[in-house]
Write a protein of this length. Structure first.
Length: 369
Protein backbone atom coordinates (compact mmCIF):
# COMPACT_ATOMS: atom_id res chain seq x y z
CA UNK A 1 0.00 0.00 0.00
CA UNK A 2 1.34 3.45 -0.94
CA UNK A 3 1.64 6.10 1.75
CA UNK A 4 -1.10 8.33 0.29
CA UNK A 5 -3.56 5.42 0.24
CA UNK A 6 -2.69 4.58 3.87
CA UNK A 7 -3.25 8.19 4.95
CA UNK A 8 -6.57 8.32 3.10
CA UNK A 9 -7.71 5.17 4.86
CA UNK A 10 -6.53 6.48 8.23
CA UNK A 11 -8.44 9.72 7.73
CA UNK A 12 -11.59 7.82 6.80
CA UNK A 13 -11.21 5.61 9.87
CA UNK A 14 -10.79 8.64 12.09
CA UNK A 15 -13.95 10.14 10.66
CA UNK A 16 -15.92 6.98 11.36
CA UNK A 17 -14.56 6.82 14.93
CA UNK A 18 -15.50 10.43 15.58
CA UNK A 19 -19.20 9.98 14.91
CA UNK A 20 -21.87 7.65 16.20
CA UNK A 21 -24.48 6.10 13.83
CA UNK A 22 -26.74 9.01 14.75
CA UNK A 23 -24.07 11.52 13.80
CA UNK A 24 -23.17 12.62 17.32
CA UNK A 25 -19.53 13.13 18.24
CA UNK A 26 -17.99 10.33 20.30
CA UNK A 27 -15.12 10.83 22.72
CA UNK A 28 -12.83 7.80 22.89
CA UNK A 29 -10.94 7.67 26.21
CA UNK A 30 -8.85 4.75 24.97
CA UNK A 31 -8.41 1.35 26.50
CA UNK A 32 -7.57 1.17 30.22
CA UNK A 33 -3.92 0.60 31.00
CA UNK A 34 -3.42 -2.35 33.35
CA UNK A 35 0.38 -2.26 33.14
CA UNK A 36 1.95 -0.01 35.77
CA UNK A 37 4.43 2.50 34.38
CA UNK A 38 6.56 1.98 37.47
CA UNK A 39 6.24 -1.59 38.80
CA UNK A 40 7.94 -0.62 42.06
CA UNK A 41 5.42 2.15 42.79
CA UNK A 42 3.60 -0.06 45.27
CA UNK A 43 2.32 0.44 48.81
CA UNK A 44 5.19 -0.67 51.03
CA UNK A 45 5.24 -1.75 54.65
CA UNK A 46 5.90 0.95 57.22
CA UNK A 47 5.94 -1.43 60.18
CA UNK A 48 7.22 -4.99 59.81
CA UNK A 49 5.06 -6.09 62.73
CA UNK A 50 5.51 -7.13 66.30
CA UNK A 51 8.28 -9.70 66.64
CA UNK A 52 7.67 -12.44 69.20
CA UNK A 53 9.93 -15.45 69.17
CA UNK A 54 10.33 -16.71 65.60
CA UNK A 55 7.29 -14.89 64.20
CA UNK A 56 6.07 -11.42 63.26
CA UNK A 57 2.49 -10.43 64.09
CA UNK A 58 0.38 -7.87 62.28
CA UNK A 59 -3.06 -6.35 62.68
CA UNK A 60 -5.98 -8.02 60.96
CA UNK A 61 -7.21 -4.96 59.06
CA UNK A 62 -8.65 -2.26 61.28
CA UNK A 63 -9.48 -4.70 64.08
CA UNK A 64 -7.46 -5.24 67.24
CA UNK A 65 -6.76 -8.85 66.23
CA UNK A 66 -3.10 -9.80 65.84
CA UNK A 67 -2.28 -12.61 63.41
CA UNK A 68 0.97 -14.20 62.28
CA UNK A 69 2.58 -12.63 59.21
CA UNK A 70 2.91 -16.13 57.77
CA UNK A 71 -0.21 -18.22 57.28
CA UNK A 72 -0.31 -21.98 56.76
CA UNK A 73 -2.01 -22.85 53.48
CA UNK A 74 -4.61 -25.58 53.82
CA UNK A 75 -4.53 -26.83 50.24
CA UNK A 76 -1.02 -28.27 50.46
CA UNK A 77 -1.75 -29.99 53.77
CA UNK A 78 -4.46 -32.03 52.05
CA UNK A 79 -2.38 -33.25 49.14
CA UNK A 80 -2.03 -37.00 48.68
CA UNK A 81 1.76 -36.63 48.94
CA UNK A 82 1.25 -35.65 52.59
CA UNK A 83 0.13 -38.31 55.08
CA UNK A 84 -2.46 -37.67 57.78
CA UNK A 85 0.18 -37.93 60.49
CA UNK A 86 2.59 -35.59 58.69
CA UNK A 87 -0.16 -32.99 58.24
CA UNK A 88 -0.86 -33.08 61.98
CA UNK A 89 2.85 -32.83 62.77
CA UNK A 90 3.35 -29.84 60.46
CA UNK A 91 0.33 -27.98 61.86
CA UNK A 92 1.45 -28.56 65.45
CA UNK A 93 5.05 -27.61 64.66
CA UNK A 94 3.98 -24.43 62.88
CA UNK A 95 1.74 -23.35 65.75
CA UNK A 96 4.38 -24.19 68.35
CA UNK A 97 6.81 -21.91 66.52
CA UNK A 98 4.32 -19.03 66.23
CA UNK A 99 2.03 -19.46 63.21
CA UNK A 100 -1.52 -18.53 64.19
CA UNK A 101 -3.23 -17.99 60.82
CA UNK A 102 -4.73 -21.18 59.39
CA UNK A 103 -6.00 -21.08 55.80
CA UNK A 104 -8.48 -23.58 54.38
CA UNK A 105 -11.41 -24.03 52.00
CA UNK A 106 -14.57 -26.13 51.82
CA UNK A 107 -13.51 -27.65 48.48
CA UNK A 108 -9.80 -28.30 49.06
CA UNK A 109 -8.96 -31.89 48.20
CA UNK A 110 -12.61 -32.97 48.47
CA UNK A 111 -12.70 -31.89 52.10
CA UNK A 112 -9.54 -33.69 53.18
CA UNK A 113 -7.71 -30.43 53.90
CA UNK A 114 -10.34 -29.33 56.42
CA UNK A 115 -10.60 -32.81 57.94
CA UNK A 116 -6.85 -33.00 58.54
CA UNK A 117 -6.73 -29.52 60.01
CA UNK A 118 -9.70 -30.30 62.25
CA UNK A 119 -8.03 -33.40 63.63
CA UNK A 120 -4.82 -31.49 64.39
CA UNK A 121 -6.56 -28.50 65.98
CA UNK A 122 -8.80 -30.65 68.17
CA UNK A 123 -5.78 -32.03 69.99
CA UNK A 124 -4.23 -30.44 73.11
CA UNK A 125 -6.02 -27.09 72.82
CA UNK A 126 -4.47 -26.09 69.48
CA UNK A 127 -7.78 -24.68 68.21
CA UNK A 128 -7.63 -21.94 70.84
CA UNK A 129 -4.17 -20.88 69.65
CA UNK A 130 -5.12 -20.02 66.05
CA UNK A 131 -7.11 -17.65 63.87
CA UNK A 132 -8.99 -20.10 61.66
CA UNK A 133 -10.13 -19.21 58.15
CA UNK A 134 -12.03 -21.14 55.50
CA UNK A 135 -13.72 -20.31 52.22
CA UNK A 136 -17.08 -21.23 50.70
CA UNK A 137 -17.96 -21.63 47.03
CA UNK A 138 -21.75 -21.37 47.32
CA UNK A 139 -23.32 -18.37 45.65
CA UNK A 140 -26.76 -18.86 47.21
CA UNK A 141 -27.82 -18.56 50.84
CA UNK A 142 -28.84 -22.21 50.90
CA UNK A 143 -25.59 -23.51 49.43
CA UNK A 144 -23.39 -21.21 51.52
CA UNK A 145 -25.07 -22.28 54.77
CA UNK A 146 -24.77 -25.95 53.83
CA UNK A 147 -21.06 -25.57 53.11
CA UNK A 148 -20.44 -23.63 56.34
CA UNK A 149 -22.05 -26.45 58.33
CA UNK A 150 -19.89 -29.04 56.55
CA UNK A 151 -16.75 -27.02 57.22
CA UNK A 152 -17.60 -26.66 60.90
CA UNK A 153 -17.97 -30.43 61.21
CA UNK A 154 -14.74 -31.15 59.35
CA UNK A 155 -12.77 -28.54 61.27
CA UNK A 156 -14.24 -29.84 64.54
CA UNK A 157 -15.09 -26.39 65.83
CA UNK A 158 -18.19 -24.41 66.75
CA UNK A 159 -17.03 -21.32 64.88
CA UNK A 160 -14.65 -20.19 62.13
CA UNK A 161 -12.89 -16.89 62.76
CA UNK A 162 -12.96 -15.77 59.12
CA UNK A 163 -15.16 -17.10 56.32
CA UNK A 164 -14.59 -15.85 52.78
CA UNK A 165 -16.49 -16.02 49.50
CA UNK A 166 -14.19 -18.20 47.41
CA UNK A 167 -13.01 -17.69 43.83
CA UNK A 168 -14.65 -14.42 42.87
CA UNK A 169 -13.48 -14.95 39.29
CA UNK A 170 -16.36 -13.67 37.17
CA UNK A 171 -17.86 -10.21 36.86
CA UNK A 172 -21.28 -11.61 37.78
CA UNK A 173 -20.03 -13.23 41.01
CA UNK A 174 -20.52 -10.06 43.11
CA UNK A 175 -24.12 -9.72 41.94
CA UNK A 176 -24.81 -13.37 42.74
CA UNK A 177 -23.26 -13.08 46.21
CA UNK A 178 -25.23 -9.94 47.09
CA UNK A 179 -28.51 -10.95 45.40
CA UNK A 180 -31.70 -11.58 47.34
CA UNK A 181 -31.23 -15.15 48.54
CA UNK A 182 -27.52 -14.92 47.75
CA UNK A 183 -24.53 -16.20 49.70
CA UNK A 184 -24.07 -13.01 51.70
CA UNK A 185 -27.43 -13.58 53.36
CA UNK A 186 -26.17 -17.00 54.43
CA UNK A 187 -22.92 -15.55 55.78
CA UNK A 188 -24.78 -12.88 57.76
CA UNK A 189 -27.15 -15.46 59.23
CA UNK A 190 -24.23 -17.68 60.24
CA UNK A 191 -22.51 -14.68 61.82
CA UNK A 192 -25.59 -13.86 63.90
CA UNK A 193 -25.58 -17.47 65.08
CA UNK A 194 -21.95 -17.15 66.18
CA UNK A 195 -20.65 -19.61 63.58
CA UNK A 196 -18.27 -17.07 62.03
CA UNK A 197 -16.72 -13.81 63.17
CA UNK A 198 -15.42 -11.99 60.09
CA UNK A 199 -16.32 -11.97 56.38
CA UNK A 200 -14.05 -11.61 53.35
CA UNK A 201 -13.61 -12.75 49.78
CA UNK A 202 -10.92 -14.25 47.59
CA UNK A 203 -10.03 -14.48 43.92
CA UNK A 204 -7.03 -14.86 41.66
CA UNK A 205 -8.15 -14.01 38.13
CA UNK A 206 -8.17 -10.26 37.53
CA UNK A 207 -7.86 -7.26 39.87
CA UNK A 208 -10.75 -5.52 38.08
CA UNK A 209 -13.08 -8.27 39.30
CA UNK A 210 -11.90 -7.63 42.87
CA UNK A 211 -12.68 -3.94 42.38
CA UNK A 212 -16.13 -4.88 41.10
CA UNK A 213 -16.75 -6.95 44.25
CA UNK A 214 -15.66 -4.04 46.43
CA UNK A 215 -17.81 -1.63 44.43
CA UNK A 216 -20.95 -3.77 44.70
CA UNK A 217 -20.34 -4.21 48.43
CA UNK A 218 -19.99 -0.45 48.85
CA UNK A 219 -23.25 0.13 46.96
CA UNK A 220 -24.99 -2.27 49.36
CA UNK A 221 -23.48 -0.62 52.42
CA UNK A 222 -21.31 -3.63 53.30
CA UNK A 223 -17.69 -3.40 54.48
CA UNK A 224 -15.53 -6.48 54.03
CA UNK A 225 -13.15 -7.44 56.80
CA UNK A 226 -10.61 -9.05 54.45
CA UNK A 227 -9.67 -9.60 50.83
CA UNK A 228 -7.34 -12.36 49.61
CA UNK A 229 -5.41 -12.09 46.35
CA UNK A 230 -2.17 -13.00 44.52
CA UNK A 231 0.75 -10.78 45.49
CA UNK A 232 4.16 -11.78 44.18
CA UNK A 233 7.14 -10.57 42.15
CA UNK A 234 5.35 -11.41 38.89
CA UNK A 235 2.05 -9.73 39.78
CA UNK A 236 3.71 -6.33 39.98
CA UNK A 237 4.17 -6.39 36.18
CA UNK A 238 0.97 -8.00 34.90
CA UNK A 239 -2.71 -7.32 35.74
CA UNK A 240 -1.47 -6.31 39.13
CA UNK A 241 -3.50 -6.81 42.29
CA UNK A 242 -0.73 -5.00 44.12
CA UNK A 243 -1.19 -1.87 42.05
CA UNK A 244 -4.96 -1.86 41.50
CA UNK A 245 -6.47 -3.44 44.64
CA UNK A 246 -3.99 -3.22 47.52
CA UNK A 247 -4.02 0.61 47.83
CA UNK A 248 -7.81 0.60 48.18
CA UNK A 249 -7.72 -2.08 50.88
CA UNK A 250 -5.14 -0.14 52.88
CA UNK A 251 -7.23 3.05 52.67
CA UNK A 252 -10.42 1.27 53.71
CA UNK A 253 -8.92 -0.76 56.55
CA UNK A 254 -9.71 -4.08 54.85
CA UNK A 255 -7.17 -6.74 55.78
CA UNK A 256 -5.14 -7.73 52.68
CA UNK A 257 -4.31 -11.44 52.63
CA UNK A 258 -1.49 -12.35 50.25
CA UNK A 259 -1.40 -15.67 48.41
CA UNK A 260 0.25 -17.29 45.38
CA UNK A 261 3.75 -16.22 46.42
CA UNK A 262 5.08 -19.19 44.43
CA UNK A 263 1.93 -20.00 42.43
CA UNK A 264 1.95 -23.62 43.70
CA UNK A 265 5.56 -23.82 42.53
CA UNK A 266 4.85 -22.76 38.94
CA UNK A 267 6.45 -19.31 39.38
CA UNK A 268 9.66 -20.96 40.56
CA UNK A 269 9.78 -22.87 37.26
CA UNK A 270 10.40 -19.58 35.46
CA UNK A 271 14.04 -19.84 36.60
CA UNK A 272 14.05 -16.10 37.26
CA UNK A 273 17.26 -15.18 39.12
CA UNK A 274 15.42 -14.79 42.43
CA UNK A 275 15.85 -16.95 45.52
CA UNK A 276 12.72 -18.52 47.05
CA UNK A 277 13.26 -16.58 50.26
CA UNK A 278 13.29 -13.33 48.24
CA UNK A 279 9.82 -14.19 46.95
CA UNK A 280 8.61 -14.36 50.54
CA UNK A 281 10.46 -11.17 51.47
CA UNK A 282 8.75 -9.30 48.62
CA UNK A 283 5.28 -10.30 49.83
CA UNK A 284 6.14 -9.55 53.46
CA UNK A 285 7.30 -6.10 52.34
CA UNK A 286 3.78 -5.18 51.27
CA UNK A 287 1.26 -3.83 53.81
CA UNK A 288 -0.54 -7.16 54.12
CA UNK A 289 -1.88 -8.76 57.28
CA UNK A 290 -0.55 -12.20 56.35
CA UNK A 291 1.32 -14.03 53.61
CA UNK A 292 -0.35 -17.42 53.14
CA UNK A 293 2.08 -20.02 51.85
CA UNK A 294 1.87 -23.72 51.10
CA UNK A 295 3.68 -25.88 53.63
CA UNK A 296 3.77 -29.59 52.90
CA UNK A 297 7.12 -30.63 54.40
CA UNK A 298 9.70 -29.58 56.95
CA UNK A 299 11.77 -27.71 54.36
CA UNK A 300 8.80 -25.48 53.50
CA UNK A 301 8.12 -24.82 57.17
CA UNK A 302 11.75 -23.94 57.94
CA UNK A 303 11.95 -21.71 54.86
CA UNK A 304 8.92 -19.71 55.99
CA UNK A 305 10.45 -19.09 59.41
CA UNK A 306 13.81 -18.25 57.88
CA UNK A 307 12.08 -15.64 55.71
CA UNK A 308 10.57 -14.04 58.80
CA UNK A 309 13.87 -14.18 60.69
CA UNK A 310 15.83 -12.49 57.89
CA UNK A 311 13.15 -10.04 56.75
CA UNK A 312 14.06 -6.37 56.79
CA UNK A 313 11.77 -3.76 55.24
CA UNK A 314 12.93 -2.82 51.74
CA UNK A 315 12.74 0.68 50.30
CA UNK A 316 11.51 1.41 46.79
CA UNK A 317 14.99 1.17 45.29
CA UNK A 318 15.50 -2.35 46.62
CA UNK A 319 12.03 -3.38 45.46
CA UNK A 320 12.77 -1.97 42.01
CA UNK A 321 15.97 -3.98 41.78
CA UNK A 322 14.16 -7.19 42.72
CA UNK A 323 11.34 -6.52 40.26
CA UNK A 324 13.85 -5.82 37.48
CA UNK A 325 14.94 -9.45 37.81
CA UNK A 326 11.38 -10.74 37.49
CA UNK A 327 10.23 -8.46 34.67
CA UNK A 328 11.43 -10.51 31.65
CA UNK A 329 9.46 -13.52 32.93
CA UNK A 330 6.32 -11.68 34.05
CA UNK A 331 5.04 -9.46 31.23
CA UNK A 332 2.67 -12.00 29.66
CA UNK A 333 1.51 -13.78 32.80
CA UNK A 334 3.08 -17.00 31.55
CA UNK A 335 3.91 -18.21 35.05
CA UNK A 336 0.86 -16.75 36.77
CA UNK A 337 -1.37 -19.52 35.47
CA UNK A 338 -4.10 -18.63 37.93
CA UNK A 339 -4.61 -15.44 35.89
CA UNK A 340 -4.08 -16.75 32.36
CA UNK A 341 -5.50 -20.29 32.38
CA UNK A 342 -8.24 -22.35 34.01
CA UNK A 343 -5.72 -24.52 35.87
CA UNK A 344 -6.52 -23.05 39.29
CA UNK A 345 -10.23 -22.40 38.68
CA UNK A 346 -11.86 -25.10 40.79
CA UNK A 347 -15.35 -23.62 40.56
CA UNK A 348 -15.11 -23.40 36.77
CA UNK A 349 -14.49 -27.14 36.59
CA UNK A 350 -17.07 -27.89 39.27
CA UNK A 351 -19.87 -25.40 38.68
CA UNK A 352 -22.20 -27.40 40.94
CA UNK A 353 -20.20 -26.14 43.93
CA UNK A 354 -21.71 -22.69 43.32
CA UNK A 355 -25.26 -23.97 43.74
CA UNK A 356 -28.31 -23.34 41.59
CA UNK A 357 -29.64 -19.93 40.64
CA UNK A 358 -31.70 -18.13 43.27
CA UNK A 359 -35.49 -18.32 42.99
CA UNK A 360 -35.88 -14.83 41.50
CA UNK A 361 -33.66 -15.81 38.57
CA UNK A 362 -35.48 -19.10 38.06
CA UNK A 363 -38.78 -17.25 38.00
CA UNK A 364 -37.60 -14.78 35.36
CA UNK A 365 -35.84 -17.36 33.18
CA UNK A 366 -37.11 -20.82 34.16
CA UNK A 367 -35.85 -22.50 30.99
CA UNK A 368 -32.98 -21.54 28.73
CA UNK A 369 -32.82 -23.44 25.42
Amino acid sequence: MERRDFLKGAALGAGLAAASPAGAAVSDPGLPNTRPQDPADLPLITDAGERRGEMLYRNFGKTDEKISAIGMGGFHLGKSAVTDDEATRLIHAGIDRGITFMDNCWDYNQGRSEERMGIALEQNGYRNKVFLMSKMDGRTKEEALKQIEQSLRRLRTDHIDLVQHHEILRFDDPDRVFAEGGAMEGFMEAKKQGKLRYIGFTGHKDPRIHLQMLSVAQERGFHFDSCQMPLNVMDAHFRSFGHLVLPHLVREGIAPLAMKTFGDGVILKSDAPIKPIEYLHFSLNLPVSVVITGIQNQRDLDQAFEAVKTFQPMDKAKVAELLSRSKPYALEGKYELFKTSATFDGTAKNAAWLGEDVQSVKKLAPVME
